[in-house]
Design a protein around this ligand. Structure first.
Ligand SMILES: Nc1ncnc2c1ncn2[C@@H]1O[C@H](COP(=O)(O)OP(=O)(O)OP(=O)(O)O)[C@@H](O)[C@H]1O
Length: 337
């Protein structure tokens, strides 16, 4: 345990009935750090956030905020800002009125409220819409305002539950900028997200939860490297009726087949079915292509596409949760095709 940690979670356990929602979770977050919390549904993410924000009494274990023990139920609104997943704004009030209300609730001094609200509106670039009722703002504007309701009290610890749920790329980027700026100013951010690409670009470190346990904790690129080393993910798409010589060659290299009813642009009915073959390997691409195509003669025409991609957090997550990487890679190419 470092004395300087903004947040320390020490052997936290939460049991609901006979179910362990969190099982001996320990981690620390430093001031100015953005920690992404990842995990499949039911992994224990919301339970962890509820414990950190003092809304839930853990079965055992302790939480320290800036070195001080957290007592569940005590009001921490000055030091902990929580943005829940679902919008909690008063729709019949304006953005300015909403922020002033949340500033008052979180203990901002009366004479500071006006300046804090203006500053928060400026930060989320909604100054020109400050006096528009919330129900007349777009979804993206409401999402930014929802986050500003937490930022207005300038808490040292920001706890965010899916802050970009349902927004377009532009709003997502501006919310990321907002979070990064607060972290650069010294705030500590704990953010739950289901978007693994988002976690990869936004978080300094990520914590992967699975079945209530902390399965991995590190910088995103370090986790990818620890899991995959120099291995990359190769996908070969072939016609469904794959010639035996090609099938043998793919298996010999180590590819696993995953069939589906993909569509290609050929008019030949027999070719309308596509098969996908996936491989995790540290072979360089040119070597793999050379090996794949060598002496294949006519069978090489059955190869529709060869692609390679770097593994990312989503592939690490699949390793951690026990799913096979090749099925993830294949389902990604389905989405792209
Ligand atoms: N109040 C409760 N009583 C009983 N069981 C609960 C309660 N809250 C959560 N659980 C269970 O604890 C486990 C963890 O739930 P939690 O909501 O923390 O997961 P999560 O990772 O946030 O999931 P999601 O991504 O679906 O929001 C789940 O199995 C859930 O059913």
């Amino acid at each position: 345990m470092t004395a300087t940690a903004a947040l320390t979670i020490d052997r936290l356990r939460v049991v609901y009935g006979s179910h362990r929602a969190l099982d001996d979770v320990s981690l620390q977050v430093e001031p100015g750090e953005i920690l992404g919390i990842l995990g499949p549904n039911g992994a224990g993410k919301s339970t962890l956030l509820r414990a950190i924000t003092g809304k839930l009494r853990p079965t055992s274990g302790k939480i320290f905020i800036a070195g001080k023990a957290l007592f569940p139920g005590k009001a921490y609104q000055h030091s902990i800002g929580f943005t829940p997943q679902f919008l909690g704004l008063y729709r019949h009030l304006t953005g300015r009125e909403n922020l002033a209300f949340f500033a008052r609730c979180t203990g901002v001094r009366r004479q500071q409220i006006c300046a804090r609200v203006s500053q928060a509106l400026e930060e989320i670039e909604l100054t020109d819409k400050a006096d528009v009722r919330v129900d007349q703002l777009s979804g993206g504007m409401q999402r930014r305002l929802h986050l500003a309701a937490t930022l207005v009290s300038q808490p040292a610890l920001l706890v965010l539950d899916e802050p970009t749920a349902g927004v377009d790329l532009g709003v997502r980027m501006s919310i990321h900028d907002l979070i990064r700026r607060r972290a650069e100013q010294g705030a500590t951010v704990v953010v739950v997200t289901h978007e693994l690409d988002e976690a990869e670009v936004l978080s300094h470190r990520v914590a992967l939860l699975h079945q209530g346990q902390l399965r991995a904790l590190d910088e995103p690129q370090a986790l990818v490297h620890e899991t995959f080393g120099n291995r990359q993910l190769f996908v070969v798409r072939t016609v469904h009726m794959v010639p035996p010589a090609l099938g043998d060659r793919l298996r010999e290299i180590g590819f696993r087949r995953r069939s589906d009813d993909g569509i290609d642009d050929s008019n030949d009915e027999r070719n309308k079915k596509i098969s996908e073959w996936c491989l995790e390997s540290d072979l360089p691409l040119d070597k793999l292509i050379d090996h794949l195509y060598r002496d294949l003669a006519g069978a090489r025409d059955a190869i529709a596409e060869v692609s390679v991609r770097r593994p990312g957090l989503k592939h690490v997550m699949q390793h951690v949760t026990g799913a096979r990487t090749d099925s993830v890679v294949a389902s990604e190419s389905e989405q792209e095709s």
